[in-house]
Design a protein around this ligand. Structure first.
Ligand code: ISL
Ligand code: CA
Length: 550
């Protein structure tokens, strides 16, 4: 069975670091590479085996590094190439691979290619980008139009994200060559692989047709035209020559479409990030509003992915990242049951089939930020959306709560190292405010507390790494119309099975386990201290979770 073929990247546990917010060592209020090096022992103590670094390349930081001005240089804010080489070496000593972010749907408008291209139609780089005399109706992900013509320009250029992120023209074979060359540069240094930013958007539909009313631009462009050809070329020319991991970020993927990229015989990518779980808390008012998730819907969507890919491809699992607000604030309870619900979500994340990703601070149960005003926001998506709403005459009071809940800056506030003034992140005022709850939620205090979220993660990561069942096993959902509890087994032929029970609600709940043989059930994990009472296995307390070996 293909799914059971063992590879290190399937058995990896990845820790995602947003360098800007991890640890500042030179007192400018912004995290840097030296800060990551300083924390490698801590990272190793989590048991993770790889780090995915958000972009650290030279950038004007319009989209915090997702706008790259030089793909082969480190931004001075983060340090130097020597610092990076040191990070690689120090991580390797600890058995940790470094996964880099490949952002090649677009560049920064400060990239020399664009600087040359914008000047004249005769520039050798003009055709690296996409130009039109008239815009079509495409909207940018970051509001409102996807086309911009500056005063000194005679045509519009396409940008699916901010105005300062012009899209590359992959139909120009030179662009593809440049990207392969950039990839080899980093791979030859010994990096462990690539996370590929919005990779399924790189090929645009032929003729750039208008997007139909009501359809999102991501779904219209995603997987269009020559995407698979580009992935196969990349695999043949570059990826297949190195022992690395590859994960594509692919908005709008379905399991069926995903397989065209991640089935091994397709020779494209190993795995991808899907977004199906991430809109379950979108309220009636859309993206910038929230609601409690429907537990049945959560179960249905994730099990559709499991069934769709099991034995055919490989998944990557996450509950939050630098674009998604804090999981405990969205899917758990960041008040009274913060600790319990953060552990419950941890158990979910680390007992799915596929490679798990832990986003910095998730291991502490870090929460959304109590924003006081839009003036505190730094994220281009939040700022643009806010201005767009103002222009349309919407009242701040009507959307402030929703934006505060959904906004990407929630996951980008500084990592909470200790209870001191700037949470041990920096000696200076940090670029984003520190969450006031850092006096309680921080590495130093959680490290000492055996019942902390942090120590729960450590134990769970250790169990997962030694258990082939949790990595490769099949998943069977139980009691599958229960609207509070998600229950499943993980099984692998010839190996002990696991039973996982997760109460996704802040109230007591029961689960029907008829047909499951509980005779030898041994409780390994719970977020309640008195949970080992086997006769109440079917009655769960608020946010309670349990993991049994059967
Ligand atoms: O962040 C989102 C929702 O808040 C998504 O729409 C996001 O823009 C999309 O998932 C693509 O994200 C990636 O590419 C963007 C960058 O801003 C994100 O940080 C990155 O993860 C453009 O490079
Ligand atoms: Ca710094």
């Amino acid at each position: 069975m293909k799914n059971l073929e063992r590879f290190w990247w399937k058995e990896a546990v990845v820790y995602q670091i947003y360098p800007r917010s991890y640890k500042d060592t030179n007192g400018d209020g912004i995290g840097d590479i030296k800060g990551i090096i300083e924390k490698l022992d801590y990272i190793q103590s989590l048991g993770v085996t790889a780090i995915w670094l958000n972009p650290i390349y030279k950038s004007p930081m319009d989209d915090m590094g997702y706008d790259i001005a030089d793909y082969k240089a480190i931004d001075p804010l983060f340090g130097t190439m020597d610092d990076f080489d040191e990070l690689l070496a120090q991580a390797e000593k600890r058995g940790i691979k470094i996964i880099m972010d490949l952002v090649v749907n677009h560049t920064s408008d400060e990239h020399e290619w664009f600087q040359s291209a914008r000047k004249s139609k005769d520039s050798p780089y003009r055709d690296y980008y996409i130009w039109r005399n008239q815009p079509n109706n495409w909207k940018s992900f970051f509001y409102p139009t996807a086309w911009t013509k500056r005063d000194d320009m005679d045509q519009y250029y396409l940008h699916l994200f901010s105005q300062r992120q012009p899209d590359l023209n992959w139909d120009n074979p030179k662009v593809e060559q440049e990207v392969h060359d950039i990839m080899r540069f980093w791979l030859d240094k010994g990096i462990g692989g690539w996370r590929m930013d919005v990779i399924n958007l790189i090929s645009k539909p032929v003729g750039l047709p208008d997007v139909p009313e009501g359809k999102h631009i991501g779904a219209w462009v995603g997987y269009a035209n020559r995407f698979h050809e580009f992935m196969q070329n990349m695999n043949r020319e570059v990826l297949s020559k190195y022992d690395i991991m590859t994960v594509g970020e692919t908005p709008a993927a379905t399991p069926e479409i995903a397989l065209l990229t991640v089935a091994p015989e397709r020779k494209e990518l190993q795995t991808l990030f899907q977004f199906d779980g991430m809109d379950l808390d979108h309220g009636d008012g859309g993206y910038w509003t929230g609601k409690k998730i429907d537990v049945n819907e959560w179960r249905n969507r994730y099990s559709r992915w499991h069934k769709g890919l099991y034995n055919k491809g490989w998944q990557s699992n996450y509950i939050q990242n630098h674009d998604q607000a804090r999981a405990v604030s969205r899917f758990g309870d960041d008040g009274e049951y913060r600790v319990e619900s953060a552990k419950m979500l941890a158990l979910w994340n680390l007992t799915q089939c596929g490679t798990p990703y832990i986003y910095q601070g998730e291991e502490l149960g870090m929460t959304n930020h109590p924003w006081q005003s839009p003036d505190e926001w730094q994220d281009v998506e939040m700022i643009n959306a806010h201005h767009f709403k103002q222009q349309r005459g919407e009242k701040l009071a009507d959307y402030f709560a929703g934006m505060s809940y959904r906004g990407r800056d929630n996951s980008r506030t500084p990592m909470q190292w200790d209870a001191s003034e700037n949470a041990g992140f920096s000696k200076a005022k940090p670029w984003l405010p520190v969450n006031p709850n850092h006096v309680e939620v921080n590495v130093e205090s959680e490290d000492k507390d055996p019942n902390s979220v942090l120590n729960f993660y450590r134990k769970l990561v250790a169990l997962r790494k030694e258990s082939l069942t949790l990595i490769y096993g099949d998943q069977t959902m139980l009691d599958d119309s229960n609207d509070k509890v998600i229950a499943y087994t993980r099984t692998l032929e010839g190996k002990p099975s696991f039973l996982i029970l997760l109460n996704f609600r802040g109230e007591a709940a029961s689960v029907n386990l008829d047909g499951v043989n509980l005779d030898n059930a041994e409780l390994l994990f719970s977020n309640y201290e008195d949970a080992s009472i086997i006769n109440r296995i079917t009655d769960l307390q608020p946010w309670e979770c349990q993991l049994y070996r059967l």
